[in-house]
Design a protein around this ligand. Structure first.
Ligand SMILES: Nc1nc2c(ncn2[C@@H]2O[C@H](COP(=O)(O)OP(=O)(O)OP(=O)(O)O)[C@@H](O)[C@H]2O)c(=O)[nH]1
Ligand SMILES: [Mg+2]
Length: 325
């Protein structure tokens, strides 16, 4: 499994990442597959993407609706390059942002060669899982069932659940795994590599993500916000990287803006005497420095922008289409 733990090759900040069509596939008889991971919010899609790639590409939190846009993570297994697409959770949307996220998720599934359908085995067939299964026939690509969180569910329940779900929809295979502990993740990756169609690789062999560093950095700060702030606040905020400047001493100066809807929310993000924003900044800085492979000076600004979630420009920054209503 050493292959997918190679040093990361990430695109330059600010530049859109494009597949390198001229890249020479370094193996004979190459295979390549695009695999979308879909499921209800909190099912563990982002955790699984990171486990499959062997590196943190997508942000994770205990809250629902953490992922907002498509995130690609790339792994190499033998002669196969597997391009995984993490998607926002699928649920009954209420706000404009929800609708953008859910339609992006279905779009991600429709554009993939194969779709991994994640079900949180602890929750089982709840209302959200049922609604997802009801809509699955609209996806024509082959599907595999992934029962996640087996670390917290007993075997008997798992088998019953697997059987019940397989009666509802046609799956090429069923996997039971824990994205968190990694148990069973290797089996899924091996199966996918064995079933990947022949074709050239889409990315250079050592590339793990196609997200520009500045959006990864904004996501990391948003993850820290999600993990620290309670209730609705994470849903009412968004983070953008405004500047990314490499300094002469090799360090990077990064300025990010956290947008919130109201002054009262700004006060919560700042915390008493600026304690909360300071803690978020310290955690984010540490992680951004790892992906930037350089010391980082991170400056966070909190701005009130009433109705940011109705502003097309914010959607562009998030990598989402702006829904008409
Ligand atoms: N016990 C257990 N927890 C898990 C597992 N996989 C994910 N989790 C936890 O489930 C929560 C949600 O994980 P995410 O990976 O953010 O879920 P997601 O499906 O990407 O969620 P959205 O982006 O909101 O749609 C986090 O607290 C994870 O640590 C697992 O295999 N076992
Ligand atoms: Mg996610």
């Amino acid at each position: 499994m050493a292959d997918n733990r190679r040093a990361s090759k990430r695109p330059r900040p600010g530049l859109p990442a494009v597949a390198d069509e001229d890249a020479v596939t370094p193996v004979d008889n190459p295979h390549c597959d695009f695999v979308a991971l879909i499921g209800a919010p909190n099912a563990g899609k982002s955790t699984l993407l990171n486990a499959l790639v062997g590196s943190k590409i997508a942000i994770v939190s205990h809250k629902v609706q953490t992922t907002r846009a498509l995130v690609r993570g790339i792994a190499v297994q033998g002669s196969a390059q597997l391009v995984f697409i993490d998607t926002p959770g699928i649920f009954q949307p209420k706000r404009r942002l929800d609708r953008a996220m859910v339609s992006t998720a279905w779009g991600g599934a429709r554009d993939a060669d194969l779709v991994g359908v994640l079900i949180d085995a602890r929750k089982g067939l709840d209302e959200e899982a049922e609604a997802l299964l009801d809509k699955l026939p609209e996806i024509r690509q082959p599907k595999v069932l992934i029962l996640n969180k087996v670390d917290v569910v007993d075997k008997e329940r798992l088998l019953t659940l697997a059987q019940a779900i397989n009666q509802r929809a046609a799956f090429a295979a069923t996997f039971m795994l824990s994205a968190l502990t990694g148990d069973g993740v290797g089996d899924l990756r091996t199966w996918l590599a064995e079933h990947a169609p022949a074709g050239p690789w889409h990315y250079p062999p050592d590339q793990m993500s196609d997200a520009p560093l500045r959006s990864l950095a904004a996501e990391i700060t948003r993850e820290k916000l999600c993990q620290r702030l309670h209730q609705e606040l994470p849903y009412q905020s968004t983070v953008e990287t405004e500047t990314w400047k490499e300094l002469k001493d090799g360090s990077v100066r990064i300025e990010q803006t956290i947008y919130v809807e109201r002054e009262s929310q700004r006060k919560i993000v700042l915390g008493k005497g600026g304690q909360t924003i300071k803690a978020i900044g310290a955690e984010a800085r540490r992680e951004i420095a790892e992906i930037a492979e350089a010391p980082v000076h991170l400056f966070l600004f909190v701005k009130v922008r009433e109705g940011w979630s109705e502003d097309p420009e914010r959607y562009r920054e998030m990598g989402l289409e702006f829904p008409k209503e």
